[in-house]
Design a protein around this ligand. Structure first.
Ligand SMILES: [Zn+2]
Length: 198
């Protein structure tokens, strides 16, 4: 079976965003009628809707749909989760990796659900700090584990392409709940992911 992506877009919303992108293209001094740009407003409108499709999804429902009772009380770590988001200040991409750990308290969650909730929160207009916090709180409140840790390292196009043009800087944010607030547990987690940290 070939890989297929099914995409659905609201026709009216797409038309509206398309018209606005046409305005943007004209205002930067381009010709919206030239061949290479003729379908750009529509493509950009669809791309923007996809990149912000996290608003329509419920991360709690995603987690609850794959929680299983299990007597496992050791740290579960998912490293190097690819992450792509849009900064809410410039609507430019920021991208990098998330490293997430939790210590189960009677329930584990299907491993693929954790990258999925990262996507749900990342596909919104975000700041890296809030993205970190959103993921942390969602896992903490839904899974009710003994502890949760989230570390995100990301590069921001708004820093790299404009403004200070610091092309190699990486921003790291982190949040810890429960047992990860204890230094020893947090250090164990950081040690386990540290080889991948910048
Ligand atoms: Zn920005």
């Amino acid at each position: 079976m070939p890989y297929r992506v099914f995409e659905e877009y609201d026709i009216e919303v797409t038309e509206d965003i398309k018209n606005q992108y046409q305005g943007v293209i004209k205002n930067i001094g381009e010709d919206v009628t030239r061949e290479g740009l003729i379908k750009t407003p529509e493509r950009a409108a669809k791309a923007m809707q996809f990149l912000t499709s996290g608003y329509d999804k419920d991360p709690v429902e995603i987690l609850k749909g794959a929680m299983f009772a299990e007597d496992y009380n050791d740290m579960v770590i998912i490293k190097d989760i690819e992450l792509y988001s849009l900064c809410e200040h410039h609507m430019l991409p920021f991208f990098g990796k998330a490293h997430i750990a939790y210590i189960p308290n009677g329930h584990i969650v299907g491993l693929s659900k954790i990258p999925r909730i990262v996507d749900v929160f990342a596909r919104r207009l975000q700041v890296q700090e809030r993205l970190t916090h959103d993921i942390l709180e969602c896992l903490h409140n839904t899974l009710k584990p003994l502890g949760v840790a989230v570390v995100i390292e990301a590069s921001h196009m708004c820093m790299m392409m404009r403004g200070v043009q610091k092309q190699n800087s990486v921003t790291t944010t982190s949040g810890f709940r429960g047992q990860f607030e204890k230094v020893e547990t947090r250090n164990e987690f950081l040690k386990l992911i540290t080889a991948k940290l910048h």
